[in-house]
Write a protein that binds this ligand. Structure first.
Ligand code: GDP
Length: 451
C-alpha cells in the first residue's frame, strides 16, 4: 500500500512538471490523488474533506519557488497542512507531558482492551525514569483481568518502576486510594494508573474510569488508541472524550502496517494533542510524537518539506534569476554560470542528504544513478578547480579553448587533461539542454530526480 501512495503522489509531481504555477485546473488531479491517498490511509471522510479544502485554499495562493515545480510545491503544502492538523499547529509545550503539580503527578490511562494500555504504562514509566529522572509507581485498577495486573507487574519491573500490587477482589477506587496514599508517603514523583478495558465501549467501564478520574483528579488522562484500528478509533475516541477529561492521546502500534490515518482523525475528533507513540512491543518502542514525521508517514513521502526548505534557503534567488535571464537572452550559459551552479549545489548539502529527502520512488531513481556523496562532492570540486584555472575570456567562450590551453588548464587544476575534456563535453551537453529548456539548470536537475 505504501508503494501505491508514494507512486500516486510522485506521479502527480511528474505530471505537473513544466507548469509555471498552481491553478484551479492543474491542482484538481493532485487533490484527487491526495484525497484517495488519505482515505487509503484510514483518515475519516469528514477530515479528508476539511483537509483537502484547506490544501486547495493554500495551494492556489502559493508561489512556486525557483527550482521546484508546482507538483512538488503542492506536495509540500499537503504535508504542511497535514502536519498542522495532527498537532504541528500546537505550541511545543502543549504536546509535552505535563507533570507540573504537587507530587505525585497522576497519569490515568484509558482505552479499549488490547489498545496497548498496560504495555504503554510500562513504556511511559521507563521513559519518565530515563528521560525525566522521575520516581515512578504503577498500579492496575483492572480488577477483571488478573493477567493484566500480572502483566503490569512484569513491565514495571522491566522499566525500573515500583509496582503497587492489587487483586481482583478489590474495588478500583479502593486500589486507587491505597496506591495514592503509598505514593505520597514514599515520595513518588509520578503515579501511573492503568484502567480496565473492554473489547468495545461498555457503560460500566466508562463509569468506572470516570469515577477513578473524579477521585484521582489526574494531571494527565491519556486515551490510548491502537493506530491499526483505523476509522473505528474515531467513535471510540468520541465516547472517551465525552466521558473523561482527556488531556492527550497515545497512539500505539505505529510500527504496524497501518498508515496512521487514525492519528489524524483522533486528533481532529477530540481536539486533544497526541503526546506519545508506541513503535514496538518492547518497552523501548516508545517516543514523543512528532507531527512532521507522522505526516510524512501518512503520505508515504520523503521529507519534501525539508527539501523545499533547503532549496529555498540555500539558493541565492537573485543569482539564479540572473543566470536564467542571461540564458534566456543569449540562449546559452557560460562556464561562470556553470561554476556558480556547482557552488550552489554544494551549498545545498550532501547529495545523499538531498536524496534522503526525496520520496521513496524518487530515491529509487536517484539510487539507480549511483551517485555517492563523495563522488558528487569530488566531481563538483574538480569542476570548480578546472574552471578556476581558465581565463575570464575562456570561461565566457569555452569553445575557444585549444589543445595547448587545455593542457595548461589541466596542469593548473592538478588534473589530467581528460578531466578538462570531460568538463567541456558536459558543458556542451548542458548548453544543449539549456537551449531546449531555456530555464535554470538546477531545476532541470531536480526534475530529473523527480522523474
Ligand atoms: P491493553 O489490553 O490495552 O492493556 O493492551 P496490552 O498492553 O496488553 O497490549 C496488547 C498487545 O499489543 C500486546 O501484544 C502488546 O505487545 C501489543 N502492543 C502494545 N503496544 C504496541 C506497539 O506500540 N507496537 C506493537 N507492535 N505492539 C504493541
Amino acid at each position: 500500500m505504501l508503494d501505491t501512495l508514494t507512486q500516486r503522489l510522485a506521479k502527480v509531481v511528474k505530471t505537473m512538471r513544466g507548469q509555471a504555477r498552481i491553478t484551479e485546473e492543474n491542482s484538481k488531479e493532485m487533490l484527487r490523488e491526495v484525497r484517495l491517498a488519505l482515505l487509503e490511509a484510514d483518515v475519516a471522510l469528514p477530515v479528508v474533506r476539511e483537509l483537502t479544502n484547506r490544501i486547495k485554499e493554500k495551494a492556489l495562493g502559493e508561489e512556486v519557488v525557483g527550482s521546484l515545480n508546482p507538483g512538488q510545491v503542492l506536495v509540500s503544502i499537503v504535508q504542511r497542512e497535514l502536519t498542522a492538523v495532527i498537532g504541528g499547529d500546537l505550541p511545543e509545550k502543549e504536546r509535552e507531558i505535563n507533570l507540573a503539580c504537587t507530587p505525585p503527578a497522576i497519569i490515568l490511562l484509558a482505552g479499549l482492551q488490547g489498545a496497548g494500555k498496560t504495555t504503554t504504562a510500562g513504556k511511559l514509566a521507563r521513559w519518565l525514569i530515563r528521560n525525566q529522572k522521575k520516581k515512578v509507581l504503577t498500579v492496575s485498577a483492572d480488577v477483571y483481568r488478573p493477567a493484566a495486573i500480572e502483566q503490569l507487574k512484569t513491565v514495571s519491573e522491566q522499566a525500573g518502576a515500583e509496582f503497587f500490587p492489587s487483586t481482583t477482589d478489590q474495588k478500583p477506587l479502593d486500589i486507587a486510594a491505597a496506591a495514592l496514599d503509598y505514593a505520597k508517603r514514599h515520595f513518588f514523583d509520578v503515579l501511573i494508573v492503568d484502567t480496565a478495558g473492554r473489547l468495545s465501549i461498555d457503560e460500566r467501564m466508562m463509569q468506572e474510569a470516570s469515577d477513578l478520574s473524579a477521585f484521582l483528579k489526574p494531571i494527565e488522562t491519556f486515551f490510548v488508541v491502537d493506530a491499526m484500528v483505523g476509522q473505528d478509533a474515531i467513535n471510540t475516541a468520541k465516547v472517551f472524550n465525552d466521558r473523561l477529561p482527556l488531556t492527550g492521546i497515545i497512539l500505539t502500534k505505529v510500527d504496524g502496517d497501518s498508515r496512521g490515518g487514525a492519528a489524524l482523525s483522533v486528533r481532529q475528533v477530540t481536539g486533544k494533542p497526541i503526546k506519545f507513540i508506541g513503535t514496538g512491543e518492547k518497552l523501548d518502542g516508545f517516543d514523543t510524537f512528532n507531527p512532521e514525521a507522522m505526516a510524512s508517514r501518512i503520505l508515504g513521502m520523503g521529507d519534501i518539506v525539508a527539501l523545499v526548505r533547503d532549496v529555498t534557503s540555500n539558493i541565492d534567488a537573485e543569482k539564479a534569476k540572473k543566470i536564467a535571464d542571461r540564458v534566456r537572452k543569449s540562449g546559452r550559459l557560460d562556464l561562470n554560470d556553470f561554476r556558480e551552479q556547482m557552488i550552489q549545489m554544494r551549498g545545498m548539502g550532501s547529495m545523499s542528504s538531498l536524496i534522503d529527502k526525496l520520496p521513496a520512488a524518487m530515491q529509487e531513481a536517484a539510487a539507480k544513478q549511483n551517485v555517492s556523496d563523495a563522488d558528487a562532492d569530488r566531481m563538483i570540486r574538480r569542476t570548480i578547480g578546472i574552471i578556476d584555472s581558465m581565463t575570464p575570456a575562456e570561461r565566457h567562450h569555452p569553445e575557444l579553448i585549444k589543445a595547448s590551453r587545455k593542457r595548461r588548464i589541466a596542469a593548473g587544476a592538478g588534473l589530467p587533461v581528460q578531466e578538462v575534456n570531460k568538463l567541456l563535453k558536459q558543458y556542451d551537453q548542458m548548453t544543449e539542454v539549456m537551449k531546449r529548456m531555456k530555464k535554470g539548470g538546477l531545476s532541470k536537475l531536480l526534475r530529473m530526480a523527480g522523474g
